[in-house]
Write a protein that binds this ligand. Structure first.
Ligand SMILES: [Zn+2]
Length: 208
């Protein structure tokens, strides 16, 4: 998810080719909010980082759960081995552990700790142009998810599949969540197959 051309919310594959395809400048991203470190939310990052090492060296901030610097540096080392120690001199990134509320690159945010397997996750409430965007990443449909979307103008929430979707939100639970927050406009992602009402599609661009 890219918001206003400058915020990246998680970094699943194939992030970089998708950005090029819809005309998003990968060099214009100045903050990446990571919800957690599962592969489907982070493995698009290495090619994106390569772009920021070679093509566009503007500074970049990663915001995420505790341990973010270790997790990401490990990922870059797995990706490029010893060569990373030289490449990283050209990579102007800063790692920030998300606070309960804070400001990063001029953007006010709150983070909400969500239930997601043993790892858990951070949901984010981002204050943008006088409106509130809630983003869940992965979450079970428990009380913190309601806390995350409460009062949001827009909510981007996962809705993995029908029935029993271990550690995730099912289509049925997503529909219930939407009903409990009638004033919020919902977009559902992380849909593994088929379609649920309100699901976003790959490469979809939405004007709000
Ligand atoms: Zn996950």
């Amino acid at each position: 998810m890219v918001v206003n051309g400058r915020l990246l919310l998680d970094g699943g594959a194939p992030l970089l080719p998708h950005m090029h395809r819809i005309g998003i400048d990968p060099g214009a991203i100045d903050v990446v909010f990571l919800t957690h470190f599962h592969g489907d939310h982070t493995l698009g990052l290495p090619p994106f980082v390569l772009h920021r090492v070679f093509v566009d060296r503007r500074p970049l901030i990663f915001v995420g759960p505790a341990g973010i610097a270790d997790h990401l540096e490990k990922l870059w080392e797995i990706s490029w081995g010893e060569d990373w120690t030289r490449m990283k001199r050209q990579f102007k990134a800063k790692y920030v552990t998300a606070k309960r509320s804070g400001t990063v690159a001029g953007i006010k945010y709150e983070s909400v700790r969500l239930d997601h397997g043993t790892m858990g996750g951070n949901g984010y409430r981002l204050h943008l142009d006088g409106r509130l965007l809630a983003y869940s990443g992965d979450s079970e449909p428990t009380a913190p998810l309601d806390e995350l979307v409460d009062g949001a103008d827009i909510a981007i929430v996962e809705a993995t599949g029908p029935g029993d979707v271990v550690t995730h939100t099912s289509w049925e639970a997503a529909a219930e969540l939407k009903k409990r927050h009638p004033k919020t406009r919902f977009f559902f992602n992380h849909v593994y197959a088929g379609s649920v009402p309100g699901a976003v599609k790959d490469l979809q661009v939405v004007q709000v």
